[in-house]
Write a protein that binds this ligand. Structure first.
Ligand code: GAL
Length: 441
């Protein structure tokens, strides 16, 4: 059965509902408790670069669920940037890209690490040229893609593009790359592209009916990665196989980024659903192989301020790509404050590259712990539920020991507290608190 999937692009209502900023006081007490640390798998072998692979073979030469890191060192920290799809749908033009690139600089986001300016689906026509080239939509990109890339580069930013591993893009408005992997990789390299989002639509399942979905996906991802590598240009590979919930078990061995769930919607339940999908896969994430719960909805109208802040907090704890998905030229002070919280971004970008893992989840009262390079922990207390909750954990439970006193720095308020073991906060509904926990003495 062919996989046809059409995206219902951006028929969302844009009612702006920003709740007032979170004001609940954190209650920090001290007790002693002992807990166990869930296994954190740092044992993945360090993959060598994917160059020198044998020529393409129809079965891809890979065992199912290979979890060897991609290893080309193009994404040693989770990619950060902007992508137009969540706000503009398929309607991004050359002007939009130039405007958003400028905004990344003007808002200070570039200096915080948001460097990728990424096109999503809809930039090219449904038919290829006579010579088989992808054709930018002349209405959206009258001068083609190269001058837009050059402009983005002139601002010190990087440029990302989108294509599908199958025969069409997911909205069925553009050609897909199937049958043209090397040709398209060469085109992207010639334009100066730095990042490729490889989507998963109109897959050639009939031609490969003897293969499982995972087998076919692995084979195509491997083949596309080889095409990118053959260009000699550094291009991050973002594998967007949203169809398969096991993607994170294999995609991170074949690309720098692997989607773990269906598209995020601009709603709290959708955001939480993608968080829950992602958090289960903490063992497969690390430098050069990040799990992707999809792009940010911060600054879009569907979630309250608190919910947007929660998304940003959770995504940072998950070491997820931080790809803003809003109109940067029309951003509230609150949205900008979320996207530019340098401390939270620092957790996401921590060079250890560990994804935060669930310490506990008691009926939607989550405690997450993310090991950091300096030995400290980033801890999140997330109240998924609709009622306020006191969420408690301990220093021991989040994986630290050996000191009598620990400092807790609240990354949203900047407040600093001390504890000898208990970490506890009154968390309003749909909110998440984030602390750096560090030994003092
Ligand atoms: C989906 C993909 C989205 C977006 C969209 C564009 O398949 O998951 O992230 O790229 O296609 O049509």
């Amino acid at each position: 059965m062919a996989l046809f999937w059409t995206q219902n692009n951006l028929s969302r209502r844009r009612t702006v509902v920003f709740a007032s900023a979170l004001t609940a006081a954190s209650i920090l007490l001290a007790i002693t408790a002992v807990g166990s640390l869930p296994a954190f798998d740092e044992s993945s072998p360090n993959a060598s670069a994917r160059t020198g692979e044998p020529p393409f073979d129809p079965l891809g030469g890979l065992p199912p669920y290979a979890v060897v890191p991609y290893g080309n060192e193009f994404a040693l920290t989770p990619p950060m940037g902007w992508n137009g799809y969540n706000h503009f749908g398929l309607d991004v033009t050359a002007q939009t890209v130039r405007d958003m690139a400028r905004e990344l600089v003007l808002t200070g986001m570039k200096s915080l690490g948001y460097v990728y300016v990424n096109l999503d689906g809809g930039w090219d026509l449904r038919e290829r040229s006579r010579t088989g080239e992808l054709q930018p939509d002349p209405k959206k990109f009258p001068q083609g893609i190269k001058p837009v890339v050059d402009y983005v580069h002139s601002l010190g930013l990087k440029f990302g593009i989108y294509t599908s591993a199958g025969k069409r893009n997911c909205a069925n408005t553009s050609a897909g790359s199937f049958g043209h992997y090397q040709q398209d990789a060469d085109t992207f390299a010639a334009w100066g592209v730095d990042y490729v989002k490889l989507d998963w639509c109109f897959m050639p399942v009939r031609e490969y009916s003897f293969m499982s979905h995972v087998g076919l996906s692995q084979m195509l991802a491997k083949r596309f990665g080889a095409a990118l590598a053959a260009t000699g240009r550094r291009m991050v590979l973002d594998i967007n196989d949203w169809i398969d919930t096991s993607t994170s078990d294999w995609a991170n061995s074949l690309g720098n980024v692997g989607r773990i769930a269906i598209d995020i919607g601009d709603t709290y339940p959708s955001m939480v659903s993608n968080f829950i999908h992602d958090v289960a896969h903490y063992r497969t994430a690390g430098p050069d192989h990040w799990n992707d719960p999809d792009m940010l909805e911060v600054g879009n109208p569907g979630m309250t301020f608190n919910e947007q802040r929660t998304q940003f907090t959770l995504w940072a704890e998950l070491a997820a790509p931080l790809i803003a998905g809003n109109d940067l030229s029309d951003m509230t002070v609150e949205a900008r404050a979320i996207l530019t919280n340098a401390s939270v971004i620092g957790v996401d970008q921590d060079r250890l590259g560990a994804q935060g893992y669930p310490v506990t989840n008691r009926k939607g009262h989550w405690v997450l712990s993310k090991p950091l390079l300096d030995g400290n922990r980033a801890v999140v207390l997330f109240n998924q539920t609709d009622k306020p909750a006191l969420i408690r954990t301990t220093v021991a439970d989040i994986g630290l020991s050996g000191a009598k006193t620990y400092q807790l720095q609240d990354l949203w308020t900047g407040e600093v507290h001390e504890t000898d073991n208990l970490i506890s906060a009154f968390v309003p509904p749909h909110c998440a608190e984030m602390y750096i926990v560090a030994p003092v003495a």
